[in-house]
Every structure is written in C-alpha cells, then in structure tokens.
Design a protein around this ligand. Structure first.
Ligand SMILES: [Mg+2]
Length: 275
C-alpha cells in the first residue's frame, strides 16, 4: 500500500562541493543528511556519483548518514558510485554493504607497479604519494602540508613520464593521465559521470522500479554529463547546478535549474524547498 502522498523519484548527487563544503571537504550542513533520509523514507532512490574513493564516501557520507536512519533497511534504495563509475556499493536489508569493482575499468597492476617505482625517486617521494584507497583508478596526491606551487613542476614532469609509459605499453588508447590542482590521476577513458549515471539507472531497474523522473545535482561542468545521459535515456531529468552559472554557458539549458546559493548551501535550499 502506498503510504506516502509523494511520488517516489530518483536523486543523484555529485559529492565534492555538492554535498560536502568545498573548503572543509566534508558535510558541514548536516540537515542534508535529514533530507536524504526523508527521501529514502519516501521510497525514492538516492545515488552518489563521485570521483572519490568508496573509502572516502564511507567515512564522510555513509557513516554519518547511518546515524540519521531510523532503520538500516532504508539503505536498500541507496547506491554509491565511486571512482567516476568504476566502483559501486549497494546495501542489503540489514544495511550490509556489497562492493563491486569493474575490472574492465581498472588500471592494470603492472602500471601501478611502475608508478610506485617512479614515486620512490627523490624528485617525487618528498612531495607526493599514491592514494591507497583508490581501487580502479590510480591517483597520486600532493602530500598534506606541501604547497601547490612546489607541486606544479614535478607534477608536469611526472605526467609526461607516465604519458610516455602508457604509449610504450600501448595503453594510451584505453587509459589517460591528467593533472588536477593537487593530484595526478590515471584512469580508463571510459570512466565518467555518464557511466555513473548509467550504473544508477541499472541499479534502479534491478529493483524493478519503473521510474521516469530524476533530479541530479552537481557543481562542475562534468556533472552535466549525468543530465545529458538521463535525457538521452528518455527520462525526465532535472539538473540542479550549484557551481558558478558561467561554467554552463555553452550547454543546452533544457531542465537546468541554478541553485539559489552556490555549492552545498544551494543543494540544501533546493531540497528544503521541494518539501
Ligand atoms: Mg563536485
């Protein structure tokens, strides 16, 4: 029997800068947990779609969220997608997690070994380290306490070494290397927010739920790929964008809503207004 007056929907969230505070890198607006729980109670599906490791999401989102859940079986409607689509976690009725790592999108062990060897060199060993929580991607991060300005030159040097390595190993068609402000990431070219969106739809379908409407949230232009994927899949998608408006100026504005505030504050305001 339908107990809720609201129609169950699906919600898919980016994590960094969308649920977490962009500076603190954790959820500071704890009312967001209450909003997520409310939706799970209404039988909606909730997904997280992030480049972060499952380890990070577990610590920063799932653990605190569980503190707000009246019962663990509500987690059955939650799907966590990490490492831009490569790793997925779902829960059973007891709240027990099952993790699936997509071998198809995992950086080969031989590449990981070569990177460990490179990182042991004095040029890099003092400044960066391999993120051991990543299970499919390979991420090299700037050590805490070191400056971004010190990182730039060795970062460029290491990126070009790794790029050459991928060419030598004939893996450059399948994998890419990319620098961010504080990291170097090596990952399958097939990974992305659209892959995460596809996995979320598959998750809902596997629950035998015939849903038509979805709301997705993000703060970066890459998050728009979720919305694009859902529209192409024939769903009624709404994209709530909480980054600077200017970042989406070249995109089709169909069903795009801009947050009344930036980042997590904008997401919370949207969810509260929906009630
Ligand atoms: Mg983000």
């Amino acid at each position: 029997m339908e107990t809720s007056l609201k129609k169950p929907k699906a919600y898919l969230f980016d994590v960094d800068g969308t649920l977490t505070d962009p500076e603190a890198k954790k959820v500071v607006r704890v009312e967001l947990f209450e909003e997520l729980v409310e939706r799970l109670q209404e039988n909606s599906f909730v997904g997280l779609n992030t480049g972060r490791s499952i380890d990070f999401v577990e610590k920063e989102i799932i653990q605190p969220l569980m503190g707000y859940l009246p019962k663990n079986d509500l987690l059955q409607h939650l799907c966590v997608i990490g490492e831009i689509g490569a790793v997925q976690v779902t829960f059973d009725s007891a709240g027990k997690a099952t993790k699936m790592i997509d071998a198809e999108f995992t950086v080969p062990a031989v590449v990981n070994e070569k990177i460990k060897f490179l990182l042991a060199k004095p040029d890099f060993s003092e400044l960066m380290f391999l993120d051991k929580t990543k299970e499919a991607m390979c991420s090299i991060e700037l050590m805490p306490g070191k400056k971004v300005s010190e990182f730039r030159e060795p970062q460029q040097k290491l990126i070009s070494i790794i790029a050459n390595l991928l060419v030598e190993m004939k893996l450059n068609d399948t994998y890419m290397v990319e620098g961010t402000r504080i990291a170097i990431d090596i990952y399958s070219k097939k990974l992305g927010k659209a892959l995460g969106a596809q996995k979320f739809v598959d998750f809902i379908d596997s629950n035998n739920n015939h849903f038509k409407t979805i709301v997705c949230f993000g703060d970066s232009p890459l998050d728009y790929d979720m919305h694009e994927y859902f529209l192409r899949a024939g769903l009624q998608s709404q994209f709530v964008f909480v980054g600077e408006k200017e970042l989406l100026k070249d995109k089709d504005q169909q069903n795009v809503v801009y947050g009344s505030q930036l980042f997590d504050a904008g997401v919370l305001a949207f969810l509260e207004a929906e009630n």
